[in-house]
Design a protein around this ligand. Structure first.
Ligand code: 5GP
Ligand code: MG
Ligand code: MG
Length: 182
């Protein structure tokens, strides 16, 4: 699959992402204003660019931690069984926590991760995802904040990969396969 030729069409520009992050951060500050410290949890690896931009717009005392859940691997299919490959370094009991994800697709990943973190008795637990594909949902899960709703397209860029490539694109693009002759 990953050796097929493809082009990337821009779906969401870097400018549109930056503007949306400013809006989202105003809402997050409203929600968590007065927190002693917000633990911002990035889901590796896809959220690393989003979390970097997000925390620099968040005018709150924060701490950053990361968690890695099993994902697509190098394929384009979702795995319904979610495994934790790397857990948080810190305890979150009694803490304010914001989970940061790149994309909610079937919903299995964020559903599993938020249930796991909720079982550790945080004070408040919220989630944010840059992208949401509601038409693909298989479990009843809604993120508290969503950057953009998108159609059922395979996207890359802004931290999100295809076979580990294209994470460094500054925008969100959609992958379009082309015939070898093109
Ligand atoms: P879910 O468990 O909600 O089905 O999937 C969540 C994960 O699947 C996302 O965090 C992301 O890693 C991956 N994913 C979903 N849609 C896409 C996509 O369009 N492109 C890429 N590269 N990964 C995706
Ligand atoms: Mg992910
Ligand atoms: Mg991936």
């Amino acid at each position: 699959m990953s050796d097929r030729a493809y082009v990337i069409d821009t779906m969401i520009s870097a400018k549109a992402i930056a503007a949306r992050i400013e809006e989202l951060c105003r809402e997050i500050v409203n929600e968590f204003g007065g927190t002693d410290k917000l633990v911002v949890v990035g889901l590796l690896r896809g959220s690393f660019v989003f979390i970097a931009d997000l925390v620099r717009e968040l005018d709150l005392p924060i701490e950053v931690d990361f968690l890695e859940a099993s994902s697509y691997g190098d394929s384009m299919e979702s795995s319904r069984e979610v495994r934790i490959l790397k857990d948080l370094r810190g305890a979150i009991e009694g803490r304010d926590v914001l989970v940061v994800e790149d994309i909610v697709d079937t919903g299995h990943t964020l559903n599993h991760v938020t249930q796991l973190l909720q079982s550790r008795n945080p004070k408040r637990l919220k989630s944010i995802a840059l992208l949401d594909k509601p038409s693909r949902r298989e479990v009843d899960f809604r993120s508290d904040w969503i950057g953009f709703e998108i159609p059922d397209e395979f996207v890359v860029g802004y931290g999100i990969d295809y076979a580990q490539r294209n994470r460094n694109l500054p925008f969100i693009g959609k992958v379009r396969f082309v015939a070898d002759a093109e």
